[in-house]
Design a protein around this ligand. Structure first.
Ligand code: HSE
Length: 306
């Protein structure tokens, strides 16, 4: 019976102006998903470590995503799934996406790759639908494919990678409070003004252009969000102070990672990254809020066998 272990990276999604349409994966932080074939056709979550999550196969994002793959391929096979979580859900780092991505990538390998990596994104999205109520792809697509990933369209699904400067570093600041994606989506405005739309479209074009041409000033000017940040920052303690501090310490830009509470800064310089990390972490420490912070390159590979 076949068995395989996959690493699927955590992700920063939205990246400021790209609500639900842009994300990038981190290095060294993610889920390890071990999948083995069963004699019968059941999907069974054997164990989950690193987070308190449902073992119930109908509720777990990994089995929901694998079921979507099996239904599409018409294959009637069973698998055991064990998940070692890197980061618990509710972080804004695409934790549920890692489990879905790892599981569908693993099953696809064990079935001798009936689907391309890009095609697997749609199945992993079903895991997101079950956990957040919406099948958004800006965590699963970058976790699967690696690099800066754009979702140009959801219907039909059109996902592609954007070249980015290899020296880019993300400083990730994760204050230990929980924000569920479901709630963070619910509080967003249902409509936006034309003025905000125009601003957002301009920034999105600027960000993509800045990434493709290694123009850090343009990346910085474009890393803004007129839609989600104004509402969601109220869920993140000391957000404005952390943002101002990161920018004062030389960050190219700063924004909320996914639906928060994690925020991120971009820089191209390792020393600047260290000083942003230290200064932002100390804001939380001095206010008695536990904080996890780290520096990561942009992961170019995405999900892979380990
Ligand atoms: N794009 C999603 C959101 C990501 O902002 O709600 C959730 O991690």
């Amino acid at each position: 019976m076949g068995k395989i272990k996959i690493f699927a990276p955590n992700t920063v999604s939205n990246v400021g102006c790209g609500y639900d349409v842009l994300g990038f994966p981190l290095e060294g932080l993610g889920d390890e998903v071990l999948v083995s074939e069963r004699e019968d056709s059941n999907l069974v979550i054997k164990d989950i470590s690193g987070a308190d999550l449902p073992i119930n196969s109908e509720k777990n994002v990994a089995t929901v995503a694998v079921q979507a793959l099996l239904s599409a391929s018409g294959v009637n096979r069973g698998f055991n799934i064990s998940i070692q979580k890197g980061i618990p859900p509710g972080s804004g780092l695409g934790s549920s996406a890692c489990s879905s991505v790892g599981a569908v990538f693993a099953v696809n390998e064990l079935l001798d790759r009936p689907f391309t990596k890009k095609e697997l994104v749609a199945f992993a999205m079903e895991g997101e639908r079950s956990s957040s109520g919406q099948a958004h792809a800006d965590n699963v697509a970058p976790s699967m494919l690696g690099g800066f990933t754009v979702i140009r369209s959801y219907d039909p699904l059109d996902v592609f990678n954007v070249p980015f400067p290899s020296e880019l570093l993300a400083v990730v600041i994760y204050p230990q409070v929980e924000v569920t994606t479901k709630y963070a989506k619910k509080i967003l405005p249902k409509e936006i003004s034309l003025k905000d739309g125009v601003q957002q479209w301009g920034n999105m074009a600027g960000l993509i252009s800045g990434l493709m041409s290694n123009d850090f000033d343009r990346i910085g000017r474009s890393l803004q969000d007129s839609v989600a940040e104004p509402v969601r920052k109220t869920l993140i303690p000391h957000y404005d102070e952390a943002k101002n501090t990161a920018l004062e310490h030389g960050a190219i830009g700063f924004n909320i990672s996914g639906s928060g509470p994690t925020s991120f800064a971009l820089t191209s310089d390792a020393e600047t990254a260290e000083s942003i990390k230290k200064a932002c972490s100390s804001i939380y420490e001095k206010n008695g809020i536990e904080v996890l912070s780290f520096i990561s390159k942009i992961n170019p590979e995405g999900a892979h066998i380990i």
